[in-house]
Structure formats: C-alpha cells, structure tokens
Design a protein around this ligand. Structure first.
Ligand SMILES: Nc1nc2c(ncn2[C@@H]2O[C@H](COP(=O)(O)OP(=O)(O)OP(=O)(O)O)[C@@H](O)[C@H]2O)c(=O)[nH]1
Length: 363
C-alpha cells in the first residue's frame, strides 16, 4: 500500500516552521523505547514522527511512525542501504530526514531514538546546523535515559573500552551531551544508591536537569519543546547556570570527565572569545596540569560583549555557534560565563588561556 494512503487523517495544514527534533539516547535497556511509547500514548496535541535507529542482521532500517491527535498510529518503513545512523550519519541521517520531510505536514515533531551504544554527538550536530536540511528541522534537545539499577557498572567506567582509558565510554558521552537526564527504574534501587548515582551523573554533566522516573514516566513539558539550542530560552539558561555552579569541577571518576564553569569578564571583545573558543575546540592543544589532553564535549554559555550585545554560545564537539540574545534580556542571569563539559578540564589552565586571548597575545 502506498504509505501516503496509510495516513490520510494526518494530512492537515501545519506550519512550515522548522520541525523540532528531540534525540532520545541512553545505554542498552535503560528504558528508551518505554519512553517513546509513553510519549506517543500520553501526548495528543502533536503529530510525531519517530526515527528508530535499530541494528539488524547486516542492515539497518529507519522506522518512521506518525501519530495523529486522536491516537491513530500508522507506520511506514524507510529503508536505508547501508550502515546505521550513527556510523554513517551524514548520508543515512540526511536521507532519512529527507524522506520524512517529503511528508511534511503530516507531523510537527520528530523523536529520534539512538541505539544504546551510539554517541549522540554526530547526530546532534547533523540536526543542529545542516545546510542540506536548511531550516526544515531544528534540534530541540537531547534526553538521556539512565538505568539506575545498572548504570553504576558502566557510567564513567572503562568496561566498554578497557584498551584505552582516555576514551570516554558511550554511556558517559550520552550523559555528557544530554540536556535532560531521566534517572529511570528507580523502583529497583534504594535511595542511597540513587543519590550516589545522581552525584556521579552530576559530576559528569553539571548543567543538565536530572529527573527521577519509573517506566520512563515524566511530565512531557520537561522533555519536549525544550528549545535547548535556542538562545531566547532564558529559563533554561538560568537553570543550566545554577546546576553547573553546584557541581563545578567535581569529578569522581577516573576519566576525569567533569563540568567546569568559567567566568568571562564582562565586555570581552568578540575576537578574544572567538579565539579562545577556536583554541579549545579546534586546536587540540589544551591540557591539564598533568599533561593530559583535554576534550570538550559540550559547551554552553552567555556572554556580554564589549559592544553591548549579548550572545548565547553553544558547542557540540567541534561545532559551535554564537546566537544573539535580543529578547527578555533582563531574565538572563547577570555576568558572562561558559560551562564546559569534557575530559581533563583544568580550570586554571583554561583561565590562563582565556587571559592570553583577552590580552590578544593570540590572534
Ligand atoms: N522495573 C522497571 N523496568 C523498566 C522500567 N523502565 C523500563 N523497564 C523495562 O526495562 C526493559 C528495557 O526497556 P526498553 O524501554 O526496551 O529499553 P531500551 O532502552 O529501549 O532498550 P534497548 O533498545 O535494548 O537499548 C523493558 O523490559 C522495560 O519494561 C522501570 O522504570 N522499572
């Protein structure tokens, strides 16, 4: 049957605003599918398309599901020729979305569930800024689900990568990149275990909001329409800064992945900050005091520049962006700061580098 015939009820006029994409990530068996099902069942005002990234026997399929306001569920399969979304993200990811976009008007929100071992970073970059996709879609946020019964075994540990202790394992990357973290399966652990796990999570990602769940049940307003990559979302900026301040520099796990907040002098020149950001993201020169090479996984911040403008700065790995903040400026917390999540972050070294860039000792 023609897939267009399958979902006629969903063909209603929708805005051509960019479609938000929420990435749902988390280690194997943590409750991602449970969360998807919960969203699709509980949420009735949006028409949601779902992309599942599933490993099969030698091939991978992207499954797109559209759901209507009245709970009419229809499915279609978008077959991909080779590889999984995270491995050949550019070709397959773009193709999956282009396929979806040809059906625009039938959905107004996209949920993308990654496999348990996927690094959500490349996928996030694809959705965040992609010229081929134009303004059709925009990244709304990354939600990471954690299995509170088992997470301590792999989170921050080397279980998955014994050969290279400097590499962050996939589950830790997923936590580091998340905007919201659902600590799921709390029915299976006691309060002490839960609190220890939350401390560990907070030490990796100081800025994300952490929410405890059972069967991935969560207030959907907490995970959809986050606008995490939109500078005008000042409430989230405020929350993010407060969370980060409470966990600054605390890292309890051996890879030394942590969150560091750097205060930036108000009125910094754009050029100075740009130089600093390029140095830490692109030049691979940043080290901690013991000589370990730092890796910045995620950066977020608000900067007040010398010309009186204010901008939100964000990065996912090496991709970064400054976005002017023009609205509700009074709600943006005073001062300028950036929050860095990564490995071997040394606040003193970072401050020295920033000072050099401010003194224009670097061009
Ligand atoms: N006890 C308990 N079980 C849960 C909870 N959430 C999910 N489960 C169960 O955990 C199992 C795995 O859940 P899924 O939602 O399939 O997990 P997933 O992350 O999609 O798994 P993969 O696709 O294998 O990575 C299922 O049997 C769920 O019913 C919870 O909060 N408590």
């Amino acid at each position: 049957m023609d897939s267009d015939d399958e979902i006629p009820l969903l063909v209603t006029a929708t805005t051509l605003d960019p479609v938000p994409v929420t990435i749902i990530t988390g280690y194997l068996g943590c409750g991602k599918t449970t969360l998807l099902n919960y969203i699709l069942t509980e949420q009735h005002s949006k028409k949601i398309a779902v992309i599942l990234n599933e490993f099969g026997e030698g091939d991978t399929m992207e499954k797109s599901v559209a759901i209507g306001e009245k709970g009419n569920l229809c499915e279609e399969w978008l077959e991909l020729q080779n590889g999984c979304l995270c491995c050949s993200v550019k070709d397959n990811g773009v193709k999956a979305i282009e396929n979806l976009m040809s059906k625009r008007g039938k959905f107004d929100y996209i949920l993308l569930e990654t496999t348990g071992l996927a690094d959500p970073g490349p996928i996030a970059k694809l959705f965040w800024i992609d010229t081929e996709l134009g303004s059709d879609v925009h990244l709304d946020g990354i939600v990471c689900v954690i299995d509170s019964k088992n997470a301590n075994k792999y989170l921050g540990g080397t279980l998955l990568d014994e050969s290279n202790s400097d590499t962050i394992n996939p589950s830790t990357r997923q936590v580091a990149l998340a905007d919201i973290i659902l600590v799921n399966k709390i029915d299976l652990v006691d309060r002490q275990t839960l609190d220890m796990l939350k401390t560990k999570i907070r030490s990796i990602n100081g800025s994300a909001e952490i929410i405890e769940t059972t069967n991935s049940k969560v207030d959907l307003n907490k995970i959809l329409d986050l606008k995490s990559y939109t500078p005008s979302n000042n409430v989230r900026i405020d929350e993010m800064i407060r969370n980060a301040e409470s966990s600054d520099g605390k890292s309890h796990i051996h890879q030394n992945i942590s969150t560091v907040t750097l205060e930036i002098p108000d009125g910094i020149l754009r050029k100075s900050l740009d130089t600093f950001v390029c140095k830490i993201l692109w030049e691979n020169l940043l080290k901690d005091s013991k000589g370990n090479l730092s890796e910045i996984v995620r950066m977020k911040g608000v900067i007040r520049f010398s010309d009186g403008s204010t901008a939100a700065v964000q990065s996912v790995y090496d991709m970064y962006e400054f976005q002017e903040i023009t609205e509700n400026l009074c709600e943006v917390p005073p001062g300028s700061r950036i929050i860095l999540i990564g490995t071997f972050l040394d606040k003193t070294e970072l401050s020295h580098l920033l000072d050099k860039c401010i003194d224009l000792r670097y061009d």
